[in-house]
Design a protein around this ligand. Structure first.
Ligand code: PMP
Length: 361
C-alpha cells in the first residue's frame, strides 16, 4: 500500500522525509554504533540533540530569551493539572475561557487545585463561536487566564490573541503550534502536546516566561515542578528520547520548508480549499462555526444523514483519504490539516467532496 493522505486529528500525519530519516537511522545513529533509542539520555550525543532541538524550536517560534522551553513526558492533559500546581496558590482563583471540549478538560484537571472561574463559555451557543472579549468576566486576582488556542474537536480557533491585562495568559496550543507566526511575548505559558504539528505523541513542549517559574505554587513533588525541570534541562528523570528525536527532526523539517510564515500561507490555502467545498455545496455539507473563528487546523463538517456519512467514510478511504471520521462527541466528519498535510491532500479532499456530492447529493 502507498501512503494515503491522513487527516487524523492526532496522532497525525508526519512528513515523509522525517519518517524516512528515522527509518534510515533506526539501527545506527550519528556514528554512535547504536540507535538513538538505545543510548543514555546523559550521553554527550543525546545532550547535544536535546540542545539542538531546543535551539531549532526557539528559532522556529522566535522564542524570546526570557522564556524557558521544557520538554516533558506525557500529554497536554498532564500539563492542565500541573499548571495550577505550579502557578497558583492553593484555592487561588484562575480564569478559564471555554471555546470547546479541551477547555473543559483543562477546567476538570485544574478544579482540585484552584478556584476555577469560568470567565466565558461558548457552550450556550454550541461552541460555534468565541465569546466576545467584552463579555468575559475576568477576576482581578486570577493566577492566570487560560484559553485553548485551537479547539481540535469543535474546530474553533482564536485568530487574535486576547488582551487580558497584566494577568498571565496561558494557552493550550496543542493543535495549532507552529502553524503560523506567533508573538510568544503575549503569553505567560504556551503548552502543546506534540502529536499534531510537532511530531509524535509522548512528549509535550512548554514555553514558559521565566518569572513565572519563581511563583511558589502549591506543595508538589519535584517531578511535577516546572522549576526543577527547567533547572535540569528537562532531564530530571529519563525523558522520552525517541519522541524528542522525532520532534527534533520535525522541527528541522519545518525550518527547512520555510518556517512558520510559509506554513501560515500553506495552512490558509489548505483550509480555504476545504471550506470552499463546504460553503459551495448549497448546504449538502455543513460547518456551523462563525467564519471569523473557523479553525485552519481541524474542520468538522456534517452531511444530511448518517447513511451518507458512513458512505462518505467508506468511499473516501477507498480514494486514499484516511481518518475523516468526526470525534465521537460531535459525530459527522472532521478533516485535520496540520503542517505535514500537503496542499495536494486538502485539494484532493475538496475534489472528492464535490465528486461525492454529485453522485449522492
Ligand atoms: N488539548 C488539545 C487542544 C488537544 O487537541 C488534546 C488532544 N487531542 C489535548 C489537549 C489532550 O492531549 P493529550 O491526549 O496528549 O493529553
Amino acid at each position: 500500500m502507498t501512503r494515503a493522505f491522513n487527516f487524523s486529528a492526532g496522532p497525525a500525519t508526519l512528513p515523509e522525509s522525517v519518517l524516512r530519516q528515522a527509518q534510515e537511522e533506526m539501527l545506527e545513529w550519528r556514528g554512535v554504533g547504536a540507535s538513538v533509542v538505545e543510548i543514555s539520555h546523559r550521553s554527550a550525543e543525546f545532550i547535544a540533540l536535546a540542545a539542538e532541538t531546543e535551539a531549532d524550536l526557539r528559532r522556529l517560534l522566535s522564542i524570546p530569551d526570557n522564556y524557558a522551553v521544557l520538554f516533558t513526558a506525557g500529554g497536554a492533559t498532564t500539563q492542565q493539572a500541573l499548571l495550577p500546581l505550579n502557578f497558583a496558590s492553593p484555592g487561588q482563583r484562575a480564569d478559564y475561557v471555554l471555546t470547546g471540549h479541551w477547555g473543559k478538560t483543562a477546567v476538570k484537571q485544574a478544579r482540585p487545585y484552584v478556584d476555577v472561574n469560568v470567565a466565558a463559555d461558548g457552550e450556550v451557543d454550541g461552541y460555534h463561536d468565541i465569546p466576545p472579549r467584552a463579555e468575559w468576566k475576568l477576576s482581578d486576582d486570577a493566577a492566570y487566564v487560560h484559553i485553548t488556542a485551537n479547539e481540535t474537536i469543535h474546530g474553533v480557533e482564536f485568530r487574535d490573541i486576547p488582551d487580558v491585562g497584566n494577568v498571565p495568559l496561558v494557552a493550550d496550543f496543542s493543535s495549532s503550534i507552529a502553524s503560523e507566526p506567533l508573538d510568544v511575548s503575549r503569553f505567560g505559558l504556551i503548552y502543546a502536546g506534540a502529536q499534531k504539528n510537532l511530531g509524535p505523541v509522548g512528549i509535550s513542549v512548554m514555553i514558559v516566561r521565566r518569572d513565572l517559574l519563581e511563583r511558589a505554587g502549591q506543595p508538589r513533588a519535584d517531578i511535577f515542578d516546572y522549576r526543577s525541570h527547567a533547572a535540569r534541562d528537562s532531564m530530571l528523570n529519563t525523558p522520552p528520547t525517541w519522541n524528542w528525536y522525532l520532534l527534533g527532526l520535525t522541527v528541522k523539517w519545518m525550518l527547512a520548508e520555510g518556517g512558520v510564515t510559509e506554513f501560515a500561507s500553506r495552512n490558509a490555502a489548505k483550509s480555504a480549499a476545504v471550506y470552499e467545498a463546504i460553503d459551495g455545496s448549497g448546504g449538502f455539507y455543513r460547518n456551523e462555526i462563525a467564519p471569523a473563528a473557523r479553525s485552519r487546523m481541524n474542520i468538522p463538517f456534517f452531511l444530511p444523514d448518517d447513511t451518507l456519512t458512513s458512505r462518505f467514510l467508506t468511499e473516501s478511504r477507498e480514494a486514499g483519504l484516511l481518518a475523516l471520521k468526526g470525534h465521537k462527541a460531535l459525530g459527522g466528519l472532521r478533516a485535520s490539516l496540520y503542517n505535514a498535510m500537503p496542499l495536494a491532500g486538502a485539494q484532493g479532499l475538496a475534489g472528492f467532496m464535490r465528486d461525492f456530492q454529485q453522485r449522492h447529493g
